[in-house]
Ligand binder design. Structure first.
Ligand code: NAP
Ligand code: MG
Length: 401
């Protein structure tokens, strides 16, 4: 059988620890036997990031801008313990943060839904994709612990020196103060990434804030979304029969719980932080959650939502058997290959991605899975496989399709 050919390379970002081990297994067992894989390889493993003063991360993001599609393995974000462990020159920044800043992207996270792993919310039949605005608000705040009596004001000084003042509060005793901001530019990018991704995946888009209370701050988010929708996306949404829908955040939460899923939920930074953890844990497992960074200009970077699974890696180093779930990493590859195929008009590549996803899900539905899923599945008499055994089982299923 001849291998599937590719015209444009994928940007491949290798990573760390257990996911780096899975990365190679996935390539060897599930990709290289079927595809004449063309990638531009960047080693984002911590050792090489340190060796290149993290230049490799910046290079990989720029390559993504050039080629349009990347697939990324989970990477270590250094902390004090990693400084010693890897003898680092500096506490390098989170690669995801660096890449996100260069691509100006929004992260969309979606659960992989499979029979046998039931969401806690019974009526969620389809995945809910969460889009979190990843700039500003309380994540870039300034705070004051007020010690006693005094007047708190919000002051904006324009370039020409004119001041705009608003009274926040006349304190009669101790209290707290917080200042935060966002920019039209960032909100516009977020809106375009959300509308574009809704069109791309043909799903409804929900967006919610607290604009009834926050009449300027949150209302600006609502207005920017509405303006961009009307001017740039409405016609396309109508053509596809999908909907953009704005409501209050509390109403959205109530509706999400009663929905059957199958839409994108766009959230402000804090709401997205909190709600993504709720949605992902209610769907079952972090190991079954995909993540894609989408830039407003239509550049895509696919990855798994989980980390490098450090605990399993140390077991692996000691020669002990691991049962690490590779599904989200496999879906990062299939997402990237499908998008590459779409952009290049490469039907074979798109069909391969569909078939590999199907084989992965079917393997689980046939009762073969890793330990994390075996612990939560509703299927009976399942076989628990080790990391490599699970990937080999997927290949066997693939061969039968
Ligand atoms: P983690 O890799 O997400 O793993 C946390 C725990 O979740 C694991 O110990 C394991 O539980 C379970 N788990 C996660 N993924 C799994 C999988 N695929 N299969 C089976 N079980 C899975 O988080 P961490 O170990 O706390 O963090 C390790 C490193 O990852 C950190 O250095 C962090 O900076 C990095 N990180 C990177 C990214 C990214 O690149 N996108 C995201 C998050 C974290 P049990 O041990 O109970 O089996
Ligand atoms: Mg969080």
């Amino acid at each position: 059988m001849s291998k599937i050919q590719m015209t444009t390379p994928l940007v491949e970002m290798d990573g760390d620890e257990m996911t780096r081990i899975l990365w190679k297994m996935i390539k060897d067992e599930l990709l290289l036997p079927y595809i004449d894989l063309k990638t531009e390889y960047y080693d984002l493993g911590l050792e090489y990031r340190n060796e290149t003063d993290d230049k490799v991360t910046v290079d990989s993001a720029n390559a993504t801008l050039k080629y349009g599609v990347a697939v990324k393995c989970a990477t270590i974000t250094p902390n004090a313990a990693r400084m010693t462990e890897y003898n680092l020159k500096e506490m390098w920044k989170s690669p995801n943060g660096t890449i996100r800043a260069i691509l100006d992207g929004t992260v969309f996270r979606a659960p992989i839904v499979v029979k046998g792993i039931e969401p806690c919310v019974k009526n969620w039949a389809k995945p809910i994709t969460l889009a979190r605005h990843a700039y500003g608000d309380v994540y870039k705040n300034t705070e004051i612990r007020v010690q006693g009596v005094g007047k708190a004001e919000l002051v904006f000084t324009a370039e020409d020196g004119t001041e705009t003042r608003e009274l926040i509060h006349n304190f009669t005793g101790a209290g707290v103060l917080q200042g935060m901001h966002n920019t039209d530019k960032s909100i516009e990018s977020f809106a375009r990434a959300c509308f574009g991704y809704a069109i791309d995946t043909k799903q409804d888009l929900w967006f919610a804030t607290k604009d009834t209370i926050s009449k300027k701050y949150d209302h600006t988010f609502k207005d920017i979304f509405a303006e961009i929708y009307e001017a740039e996306y409405k016609a396309k949404f109508e053509e596809l029969g999908i909907e953009y829908f704005y409501t209050l955040i509390d109403d959205a939460v109530a509706r999400v719980m009663k929905s059957e899923g199958g839409f994108i939920w766009a959230c402000k930074n804090y709401d997205g932080d909190v709600m993504s953890d709720m949605v992902s844990s209610a769907f079952g497992s972090l190991a079954m959650m995909t993540s894609v960074l989408v830039s407003p200009s239509g550049v895509y970077e696919y990855e798994a939502a989980h980390g490098t699974v450090q605990r399993h890696y140390y077991k692996h180093l000691k020669g002990e058997e691991t049962s690490t779930n590779s599904v989200a990493t496999i879906f990062a590859w299939t997402g990237a290959l499908r998008k590459r195929g779409e952009l290049d008009g490469n039907k074979e590549l798109m069909e391969f991605a569909d078939k590999l996803e199907k084989a992965t899900l079917l393997t689980i539905e046939n009762g073969k899975m890793t330990k994390d899923l075996a612990l939560i599945t509703s299927l009976e008499n399942v076989t628990v496989l080790n990391s490599e055994g699970f990937i080999k089982a997927i290949r066997e299923t693939y061969e039968t399709l």
